[in-house]
Write a protein that binds this ligand. Structure first.
Ligand SMILES: NC(=O)c1ccc[n+]([C@@H]2O[C@H](COP(=O)([O-])OP(=O)(O)OC[C@H]3O[C@@H](n4cnc5c(N)ncnc54)[C@H](O)[C@@H]3O)[C@@H](O)[C@H]2O)c1
Length: 292
């Protein structure tokens, strides 16, 4: 078979797969959908047949994601911009609603970041709290507020928020981040109750230890022996973006039709094994067993 024909056959096979995917022809919005967990989510939803409306602040990374989705036979439309910006929220909404007669089937609020923080709470500033609020909670409210009317008009929809295990487990040096993510979890529960009558489900995932640009494996290891990961994570490895995306795909799909108001930890078992521990030498904290 010639290379050109083989490529054509492969493209056809991918299209067939997409058309039989469980999100075939659904319109799915993913914020922060270029890299990391969001990158895994947009690629996975597209592979499941969704028309992905991908928002990201990083234009180059978003373009790369679109090219990959395209090459795999999927569909993706970009909305470049900072989701903290009200005008960007409006552009995401308009782009999503223009895909299929005002329908939007899934909204994945993925953007979030712990980094605008400082050592201890007492060292943190009001400016940092405001940044953490805007990065972790405010845009979640805005995106839901702006897209729920279309879901209500359609009588169906799935919202999936990205929280963190730190909403459930105490974390040193990140109390405001944990608080705003606990807000995401509480919002998820209460909104689910509000909109269930309209056929809309609202759920969340709570990741831990993902190998992403925000928390690269090398940074988490800090030169330590990778074999130690097995003693830190019950399932014995860091998460890949697709580990989280798989759960998001499930929550977005009809397979989760009777699931709403929940936050599913996707953490390789860390929450079950939970605990942050002070280091034996008294210098700082670790959520990892201290080895001699
Ligand atoms: N990495 C982890 O271990 C971990 C653990 C718990 C929770 N989470 C949560 O998962 C989500 C994703 O984390 P990640 O590690 O994949 O992040 P990441 O920083 O690696 O990737 C974030 C993506 O969002 C984009 N982005 C960042 N700010 C944006 C903004 N203001 N507007 C639009 N796009 C923006 C980035 O360009 C990137 O594509 C976050 O909500 C985070 O809090 C991650």
């Amino acid at each position: 078979m010639s290379a050109g024909l083989a490529d054509l056959v492969a493209r056809y096979a991918r299209k067939e797969k997409r058309m039989s995917g469980r999100l075939h022809d659904r319109v799915a919005v993913v914020t922060g959908g270029a890299l990391g967990i969001g990158g895994g989510i947009s690629r996975r939803l597209a592979a499941a047949g969704a028309i992905v409306v991908l928002n990201d602040i990083d234009a180059d990374a978003a373009e790369m994601a679109r090219a990959e989705i395209d090459a795999a036979g999927g569909r993706c439309v970009l909305v470049i911009g900072d989701i903290r910006d009200r005008a960007v929220v409006d552009r995401v909404r308009d782009t999503a609603l223009s895909q299929k007669d005002g329908l939007v089937d899934a909204l994945v609020n993925n953007v979030g970041d712990f980094r605008p923080a400082a050592r201890t709470f007492l060292h943190s500033t009001e400016e940092q709290w405001q940044q953490l609020y805007e990065l972790n909670l405010l845009h979640v409210l805005r995106m839901c507020h702006t897209l729920l009317p279309a879901m209500i008009a359609n009588g169906s929809g799935a919202v999936i928020n990205n929280a963190t295990v730190e909403a459930f487990r105490g974390i040193p040096y990140a109390a405001p981040y944990a608080a705003f993510n606990a807000g995401v979890v509480a919002f998820t529960k209460s909104l689910a109750v509000d909109v269930a009558q309209h056929g809309i489900r609202v759920n969340a995932i709570a990741p831990d230890l993902a190998d992403t640009p925000q928390t690269p494996a090398a940074l988490m290891l800090r030169g330590r022996d990778p074999d130690l990961i097995q003693s830190w994570v019950p399932l014995g490895r860091f998460g890949t973006p697709d580990d989280y995306a798989a759960v998001v795909e499930f929550l977005a799909s009809d397979d989760a039709r009777f699931v709403t108001g929940h936050t599913i930890p996707v953490d390789g078992g860390t929450l079950a094994a939970s605990g942050w521990y002070g280091r034996a030498d008294g210098k700082g904290w670790t959520n990892l067993p201290t080895h001699p």
